[in-house]
Design a protein around this ligand. Structure first.
Ligand SMILES: *[C@@H]1O[C@H](CO)[C@@H](O)[C@H](O)[C@H]1NC(C)=O
Length: 261
């Protein structure tokens, strides 16, 4: 037995070293999303997986101020989905239904169960390459459906020169044109800012119909307000390609609400 013991004592450092090496090399690609709430107020995160992507372990969860939460990414296949923050959520004492003042997903529950947010909402959009494929991840912050909460998407690891953080950290609500503001009684101010498309339903603002191509749908006086407040984010449907970011080999994406910059 003593001989066996010393054998394991001798090779244990080698085993630990190999385990560390394996993790550091990270053959698995992006493995997780780390959420953090740096807002002064609570948010209820919504998660929507793309139609052809497997659901994550949670489709909605509560994140108090300073709270953090981790979600695993699927271990195989590419994954595409959207994260957002709901605000002003409560359970109706008579119906038992959960709903939110902004970006509600209509499920009546903290879990969104495959439903997307109602605008206005700041979207954090991610498409992960298949683990181990060496392919590119794509990610962006979109204000195409308006704005409610500042957000930053930040990959860790990954190839040098890419993999930059993208954020809409500015307070778009403070800069919101008066005709796009969403004000909730008793909340003490503007809680969200609608997109011009959502407010006016015109082909021009929505980039549909005769405006349904990048060449035919440039910025508008409304989209420019969003672009000024958040230059790295999509401000309208055909905003320039510089709003999409790429990364190869990230191990984790941080999703931070109200990031301190
Ligand atoms: C944008 O332009 C339209 C019409 O040209 C005008 O009615 C509207 O007030 C303008 N909005 C802003 C935010 O400048």
């Amino acid at each position: 037995m003593a001989g066996n013991g010393s054998f394991w004592v001798q090779i244990m450092p080698a085993i630990l070293f190999l385990q560390l090496l394996f993790r550091a090399v990270g053959t698995d690609g992006a493995s997780s999303f780390s959420f953090a709430n740096d807002c002064q107020y609570p948010v209820w995160v919504g998660v929507l997986s793309g139609a052809t992507s497997p659901p994550l372990a949670r489709s909605g969860f509560y994140l108090p101020p300073s709270g953090t939460f981790q979600l695993a990414a699927p271990s195989s296949g590419s994954w595409s989905g959207t994260f957002w923050a709901r605000t002003g959520c409560a359970v109706d004492s008579s119906t038992g239904r959960f709903s939110c003042a902004t970006a509600d997903c209509g499920s009546g529950d903290v879990a969104c169960n495959g439903r997307g947010p109602s605008p206005p909402v700041t979207l954090a959009e991610i498409t992960l390459a298949s683990p181990g494929s060496g392919g590119q991840d794509f990610y962006d912050v979109s204000l195409v459906d308006g704005f409610n909460v500042p957000v930053r998407l930040s990959p860790s690891g990954g190839s040098a020169g890419e993999c930059r953080a993208v954020a809409c950290a500015g307070d778009v609500n403070a800069a919101c044109p008066s005709d796009l503001r969403v004000v909730v009684a008793g909340s003490g101010g503007v809680v969200a800012c609608r997109s011009a498309c959502d407010a006016y339903r015109s082909a021009r603002y929505c980039c549909t119909g005769e405006y349904g191509s990048p060449a035919a749908c440039g910025p508008t006086n409304y989209s420019q307000v969003f672009k000024t407040a958040c230059p790295a984010a999509y401000s309208y449907a055909y905003d320039d390609a510089s709003s999409t970011f790429t990364c190869v080999g990230a191990s984790n994406y941080d999703v931070t609400f109200c990031p301190r910059t």
